[in-house]
Design a protein around this ligand. Structure first.
Ligand code: ACO
Length: 377
């Protein structure tokens, strides 16, 4: 019998989930059945996080309670802040985030609580604390003092405040909130799957999230948003865009921010972000970054659309983040700042009906061998 290998686990179904639905051929994404466009237009990151964790839209009382819980949990231990300040200058922010989250677990006396209630409580704390940790890493790496969180600001507004040291405008806070909503969950992507794989051994929440950060870091996943900005800097001018794409494709190299394992049409998140990228570009008097992206998008759709390759969520996000004054090395940690909600919700959902994840490989190595003494090799 010949075994069939699902390379990259493509199409392999390993669990049920009520959180996120994706139709990749039509470019549809919903959370709890509600289209991502409606979440982006009408909701907040706090509300979407509640919905993912509880499987329903909150009442106003439930939302106020959940929001208050997030606000009350923003502080992180001083010991962790001291450790973050001691990380080597120039460290990759995702390495720093991975280390800090693992350290946070060391300092949490309840870290080993793997009951549903324990996972929930740690998860909510981590959603709140991720922003404090990421902002602290960014400031420490820049040699600046860490800014303490403020409980009177929204989740998005407080992050920008801690990162930049001054309060964002309501428009900036809302723009960032929308970016967080768009990245909060996305089915069984590599980092969520990694978080679940770790949790399936009945390991603790901090281990799951630390594993997920490692998976998100790679340029084929969360690292692509930073790679898109590198590509834009390399292209430099709108006039160079088409020849750059041609050169890359001729050399069978990948274009960052396009293509997706699931979407074979426009990623709906990229459509929402394109609108905001266009808005910030107009504000800046037509940014050359946006114009390069528009040119690449046209080229990619014409040349690779037939192969199902279209812009993904990472294509336009960098332009929006840059306008908010966020450095490109922090784009991937910010992806984590949003995806933490999806990771936590998915781990809780999976472990509610847990089974150890343990796939298999087709053995293609040698058979019927015997140990050869080292002197005889
Ligand atoms: N540029 C050019 N060609 C591409 C691209 C791309 N970005 N992506 C896929 N292709 C081509 C491949 O060369 C391959 O062509 P071939 O069949 O002629 O050899 C075909 O499409 C299939 O490519 P795979 O890499 O096998 O597809 P897979 O489903 O594994 O890839 C992935 C998905 C990793 C996202 C890929 O599209 C890619 O590398 N994109 C660039 C990185 C990126 O933007 N990642 C972010 C993804 S979204 C997210 O994680 C938030």
């Amino acid at each position: 019998m010949t075994a069939t290998i699902a390379k990259g686990l493509e199409g392999v179904l390993f669990t049920e989930s009520k959180l996120t639905f994706i139709n990749g051929t039509e470019g549809i994404l919903t959370h709890l059945g509600i289209p991502i466009q409606e979440w982006a237009e009408k909701s907040t990151f706090e509300e979407l996080s509640f919905a993912l964790l509880h499987g329903k839209l909150p009442t106003s009382e439930e939302l106020a309670k959940f929001d208050a819980e997030l606000r009350a949990n923003r502080e992180v231990p001083a010991e962790l802040l001291r450790a973050i300040a001691s990380y080597p200058k120039g460290a990759h922010p995702m390495q720093a985030l991975r280390t800090a989250v693992s350290h946070l677990g060391l300092l949490d006396s309840q870290a080993e609580d793997t009951s549903a209630e324990g996972r929930y409580a740690i998860g909510v704390r981590m959603i709140a604390q991720f922003s404090t940790i990421i902002a602290a890493i960014a400031r420490a790496q820049d040699g600046q003092d860490v800014v303490a969180p403020r409980a009177d600001l929204t989740h998005a507004g407080n992050f920008l405040y801690m990162l930049k040291g001054h309060e964002p405008t309501p428009e900036e806070a809302r723009l960032f909130d929308i970016a967080l909503i768009l990245h909060a969950d996305h089915g069984m992507n590599a980092s969520t799957f990694t978080a679940i794989a770790t949790a399936s051994t009945l390991s603790d929440m901090y281990s799951s999230i630390t594993s997920a950060i490692g998976a998100l870091k790679g340029p084929l996943h969360g690292g692509a948003n930073e790679a898109v900005m590198d590509m834009l800097d390399e292209i430099g001018t709108v006039e160079n865009a088409v020849s750059y794409i041609t050169h890359k494709l001729d050399n069978k190299e990948k274009i960052m921010g396009v293509g997706h394992r699931v979407y074979k049409y426009f990623d709906p998140r990229s459509r929402v972000l394109r609108e905001y990228a266009a808005f910030v570009s107009e504000k800046q008097g037509k940014s050359h970054y946006y114009q390069i992206l528009e040119t690449i998008e046209k080229e990619i759709v014409e040349r690779l659309g037939g192969k199902g390759i279209y812009p993904n969520v990472d294509f336009y996000s960098g332009v929006v983040y840059s306008d908010l004054g966020i450095k490109k090395s922090y784009f991937t940690p910010i992806f984590g700042l949003a995806r933490i909600s999806g990771w936590v919700a998915s781990v809780i959902e999976y472990t509610d009906n847990n089974r150890l994840l343990r796939p298999d490989a087709v053995y293609t190595g040698a058979k019927d061998q015997h140990y050869v003494e080292i002197a005889q090799r």
